[in-house]
Design a protein around this ligand. Structure first.
Ligand SMILES: Nc1ncnc2c1ncn2[C@@H]1O[C@H](COP(=O)(O)OP(=O)(O)OP(=O)(O)O)[C@@H](O)[C@H]1O
Length: 456
């Protein structure tokens, strides 16, 4: 139970002390408590204190490091995503309270890496180590600015202003599922490729911010990892999505002395966060109608809010007297979010393409068995077309990394013989190449060694 004292000076009174304490040892979770002197009214001091206590699953104090945040918040979600469930982590809080630092990280040192790079590293480590599954990963990076969606992985962003870019549009299919048109979903085979995509998106985000002369991030950003896993040879696939969301600052527009573009941005942010609040209130009160469609952000995050998803919200606050109202508004909002019940289900399905391929193989093997039992062995020679087809089949078979891949030849003895001949030719040419490769290696590495005696 840590007790922190923030000292704030004001014109009316030389020193006012605002005390907050963090307690993570409570049986029911954790809490943060603000102990605030009552506001100074008309120049006289009211010495009464007011206490505001908020309970959460966990509260991180100012000393908490990025690794601790990752292990407590992101790792359990990443584990569920690897198991085939959808996950979302989103950061909510006022400007400059540390949302981007928590989600993406800081640039000063390697240890400042945030949730996205650490989660990518964790996911790919697991993918490499798990030999029982074959995974494919894709990434998208979406920005919502002034209620318009942009693709941060769109290469055109380098040359253009944000507004000139083609926008990403939302479509609803007959089952009310969301389709994002124009959003590129890029394959990332390993951690390095995924980090490059994150870097590309962040660079575009920064370029756009500079072009718009923004002092802080005035947009919502959604970095999504799409994971598809299956056991080798199986047609059952598990598809899961992980949204990592950095929301725009939550401060209210009437508190800020803004004009022009900044005012327009603040209004859009206020409206979208207001709709987010509406969705959350409707969900926490289990209303019949949930107004997801009111804003792009709630439409995109529909699954994460009250749907098929394991969702974690991080609220960032700045414990300073001037930010007290915003901090408490953030805490109240977070408590509402905690009331929402999501139902995460395993996203497992039969891949129709793999299923058809498997059924075709089974069908062929049954036909072959039938031919073996009932039919006569063929007498005529293989045609040129059949030989070429066999060569392609053998090549595909050798290149297939799936350990359960088979060479479907049927019962035709001529085809089987031809394949063995092909395999023998390939095997011989490989072994004949070996001495040449060895001698080349020896020549390169040790030019003075006598080749004959080395070979002996
Ligand atoms: N835990 C922390 N340790 C060190 N520096 C931090 C930490 N949290 C935030 N900062 C720093 O504080 C500044 C503001 O943080 P950040 O940009 O993450 O705020 P934000 O809530 O994302 O703001 P905005 O709403 O404008 O995007 C940055 O310079 C960041 O590096």
């Amino acid at each position: 139970n840590k007790r922190q004292v923030l000292t704030i000076t004001s014109d009316l009174m030389p020193v006012i002390q605002v005390v907050y304490s963090v307690n993570n040892d409570e049986a029911a979770g954790a809490s943060v408590e603000f102990v605030v002197p009552k506001d100074l009214g008309d120049g006289y001091v009211n010495n009464k204190l007011e206490n505001y206590k908020f309970r959460f699953r966990r509260v991180f104090d100012q000393t908490a490091g990025q690794e601790e945040i990752f292990e407590t918040i992101a790792q359990p979600v990443a584990d569920r995503v690897l198991a085939g469930y959808n996950g979302t982590i989103f950061a909510y809080g006022q400007t400059n309270s540390g949302k981007t630092f928590t989600i993406t990280g800081g640039a000063r040192s390697y240890g400042d890496r945030g949730i996205i790079p650490r989660t990518l590293s964790y996911l790919y480590q697991h993918i490499i180590q798990d030999s029982t599954m074959v995974y494919t990963t894709h990434i998208s990076y979406l920005e919502i600015y002034n209620n318009v969606c942009y693709d941060l992985l769109d290469r055109q962003l380098e040359a253009c202003r944000l507004e000139d870019l083609p926008t990403v549009t939302i479509m609803h299919d007959s089952e009310q599922n969301i389709q994002l048109r124009n959003l590129s979903i890029q394959q990332s085979a390993n951690e390095e490729e995924a980090l490059n995509l994150l870097f590309l998106g962040d660079t575009h985000r920064m370029t756009a911010e500079t072009l718009l002369n923004k002092a802080s991030t005035r947009s919502h950003c959604i970095f999504t990892v799409y994971l598809c896993g299956r056991q080798p040879g199986s047609a059952t696939v598990r598809r899961s999505k992980l949204h990592l969301v950095d929301l725009a600052g939550s401060e209210r527009v009437n508190k800020m002395a803004l004009g022009g573009q900044l005012l327009t941005e603040a209004k859009y942010i206020n409206v979208s966060l207001h709709y987010l609040e509406q969705v959350i209130i409707s969900l926490s009160e289990s209303r019949a109608h949930i107004p997801y469609r009111n804003s792009l952000m709630t439409s995109v995050l529909r699954d994460s809010l009250g749907g098929n998803c394991m969702t974690t919200m991080i609220s960032t606050i700045s414990v300073d007297k001037t930010n007290l109202k915003e901090s408490m508004s953030t805490c109240r909002f977070a408590q509402r979010v905690a009331l929402i019940k999501n139902e995460a289900v395993l996203n497992e399905e039969e891949d129709p393409v793999l299923l058809i391929a498997r059924l075709k193989r089974e069908n062929q093997s049954l036909r072959d068995e039938l031919a073996m039992v009932t039919g006569e062995p063929r007498q005529e020679q293989l045609t040129q077309y059949e030989i070429q087809k066999l060569e392609v089949q053998v090549k595909d078979f050798l290149e297939d990394t799936d350990p359960e891949a088979t060479l479907a030849l049927g019962t035709d003895l001529q085809k089987i013989r031809r394949c063995f001949t092909l395999l023998k030719v390939l095997s011989l040419s490989a072994t004949q190449c070996l001495p040449t490769v060895l001698s080349q290696l020896i020549r390169d590495k040790a030019p003075n060694v006598d080749l004959y005696s080395t070979a002996r």
